[in-house]
Design a protein around this ligand. Structure first.
Ligand code: TYD
Length: 203
């Protein structure tokens, strides 16, 4: 089966990952690849409606996790899997690592519960490469404070974001082949050089 390339970007709110997506896409397009940039929660019309609920409505942590994975199922079936089958490069701004970081690390849900959803929703499919944008607490907090209309996650207290970051770093230790840490404390050009090195084997 011809399979494309699946790359995901992760990090706490304020890590700056979104700044680099278009640039990464151009690196692959310059090599003649078809690139599809997408995001979670979202990526489909229904997923974007679920995103609006997830980012704005108060809800139980279980409900939050279930809606994240419901949006993800739709995203996989309608966008990610067809694109990969067609040999495209899919770059997603967040994916399942975010659920483990935010819903388990941040909200405290047991990982075993999410693992059930993960295998239901995506079977054995995992990203080929995950870039974890890691940034010091103070920098991320300052960026979150500068957001004009913060969403439900951006409004969480610093302890929540510290737990999210710790959970991301634990996942990076557990899956060192797939999840590569990017030091996002540095200026944009220096961050790009790190990304360039990490994606080079896939270009
Ligand atoms: P984010 O990706 O930061 O978008 P923006 O840059 O537009 O603010 O927002 C998505 C939020 O959703 C983010 O705070 C993390 C949260 N989230 C989860 O809690 N679990 C998940 O599984 C995903 C995909 C996102």
């Amino acid at each position: 089966m011809s399979r494309g390339l699946f790359i995901t970007l992760e990090g706490v709110d304020g890590a700056g990952k979104s700044t680099h997506i278009d640039w990464m896409a151009e690196r692959f397009r310059a090599r003649g690849r078809v690139v599809r940039c997408t995001r979670e929660p979202g990526g489909t019309p229904l997923g974007e409606r679920l995103r609006a609920l997830l980012l704005n409505e108060a809800m139980h942590p279980d409900t939050e996790a279930l809606l994240m994975f419901a949006a993800r199922r739709e995203h996989l079936v309608r966008v990610i899997e067809p694109a990969l089958a067609a040999g495209e490069v899919v770059i997603s701004d967040r994916f399942t690592d975010a659920s483990f970081a935010y819903q388990c690390g941040g909200r405290g849900l047991p990982e075993a519960r999410l693992e059930v959803l993960e295998s239901w929703v995506q079977g054995a499919l995992q990203p080929d490469l995950t870039l974890l944008f890691d940034v010091d607490h103070e920098i991320a907090q300052a960026r979150r404070d500068a957001v004009r209309d913060p969403d439900r996650f951006e409004r969480e207290d610093p302890q929540f974001h510290a737990r999210v970051r710790a959970a991301y770093l634990r996942r990076a230790e557990r899956f060192p082949e797939r999840i590569r840490r990017v030091d996002a404390n540095q200026p944009v050009e220096a961050v790009r050089r790190q990304i360039e090195t990490l994606i080079a084997p896939w270009l």
